[in-house]
Design a binder for this molecule. Structure first.
Ligand SMILES: [Zn+2]
Length: 234
């Protein structure tokens, strides 16, 4: 899953409006940020095997540190705790933790049974990737819902807030279509280097989100502990 993870981050903005979309995106794609690093270190392995599923030529041979459920539970707690330690924003910390975990759940729906429950443990996966139309329909639907929710939660403060955000969304779709329609990567190393570009998305999102603000008419409950400007504040 690719834009489905971005959709989860966009939805997270509704739960934690004070948390930057960059942080939410880093959380929702955290496992895939770690993965190329572990590939390059030789700690995890992938094989290029066209036909492995209809959607992807990748055979995830071994990725126990980035993608086993047990490790992911650890990453989830660690990310939430770290975020809380830095910001003291409870809604944000819970959202970050849940987003890290959401990645595994979405991968579980899409991957064939290659996701270990723990390192060396049984492997699971529902295999939605065996159907390209189903995968694209589900991911695009999630993406559109996420987009609608994010746009209902924030509004642009300036041109950067508008165009950097829409540019990022368009770039996501272009990369997504390129992934589906493009040729398989030549080898594991090239794939890992390209996959490292995933680090750009949270940075880009952070930049765009910094030029947007939470829509004032949101119900109070959605703000968490956001301080709202009132006339009394002068
Ligand atoms: Zn993943």
């Amino acid at each position: 899953m690719f834009i489905g993870h971005a959709a989860a981050a966009l939805l997270g903005k509704r739960a934690a409006p004070r948390t930057s979309l960059g942080v939410l995106l880093a959380a929702a794609t955290f496992l895939d940020l770690l993965w190329p690093v572990f590939l390059l270190l030789g700690w995890e392995h992938v094989r290029i095997a066209p036909g492995n599923t209809d959607f992807t030529p990748l055979d995830f041979v071994s990725y126990p540190i980035s993608h086993s459920l047990l490790a992911v539970a650890g990453w989830s707690v660690a990310a939430g705790a770290l975020y809380y330690a830095v910001t003291r924003y409870g809604f944000g910390a819970w959202t970050v933790g849940v987003l890290v975990l959401s990645h595994w759940v979405l991968d579980w729906i899409t991957h064939r049974p290659d996701l270990p429950l723990w390192p060396g443990g049984p492997r699971v996966g529902l295999g939605m990737w065996h159907s390209v139309p189903l995968t694209m329909a589900v991911e695009l639907l999630l993406f559109v819902v996420g987009l609608a929710v994010y746009l209902g939660t924030t509004r642009s403060r300036d041109a950067v807030g508008r165009w950097a955000f829409w540019g990022l969304m368009a770039f996501y779709l272009v990369v997504y279509v390129g992934n589906v329609a493009g040729p398989p990567p030549p080898n594991e190393r090239a794939l890992a280097w390209v996959a490292l570009l995933a680090w750009l998305f949270p940075l880009w999102a952070w930049w765009a989100d910094a030029h947007r603000e939470v829509t004032p008419q949101l119900p109070e409950t959605a703000y968490g502990s956001v301080k709202r400007a009132t006339p009394d504040d002068g």
